[in-house]
Write a protein that binds this ligand. Sequence first.
Ligand code: IMP
Length: 178
Amino acid sequence: MSKIVTIKDKQFKPYISQQQISDAVKNIANTINVELEKDLPLFLVVLNGSFMFAADLLKEVSIPCEISFIKVASYHGTTSSGTVTELIGLTEDITGRTVVIVEDIVDTGITLEKLITVLNRKNVKQIKVATVLLKPESYNKEFTIDYFGMKIPNDFVVGYGLDYDGQGRNLKEIYVLA
Ligand code: IMP
């Protein structure tokens, strides 16, 4: 495994190897291949961070499926409810579908909660969540994280799609703040 990388003002050290990531992704795919075989799942990939995971995961998914890419945008609406969450890029009719949210990391779960709230309004059949990394010490929502690669402590990580201030997404391994 390679050594310390510097991104802007911070140094990161190797944390999770390519092999470990690859094994974790295959495990997730194997479970999905069994559990969702008859569901024609729609994988909803949450950009930007999940692009690398999505590519690797979908290569290992062998059941009939569809894939679509979205961005979650939050803005202060003019209604009394305050913040409005919008899904950019979702053009499919997802009524009655099994949707698998593909995330890079679940930290507090705030992003996921917003996403699930919007999807639930669209009368989907079921929502599943797949993420490479989960920070259980930070996660305080009730939604089940159906498929995760690894649990990690509350440390800041980069690589494999995850960024520090826009950079580091291209790293093949996952690095942690040194
Ligand atoms: P949450 O809403 O707190 O669960 O955070 C979700 C988003 O925060 C993720 O999709 C990431 O973009 C970002 N994030 C959380 N933890 C990290 C990290 O350790 N490194 C890089 N980005 C992170």
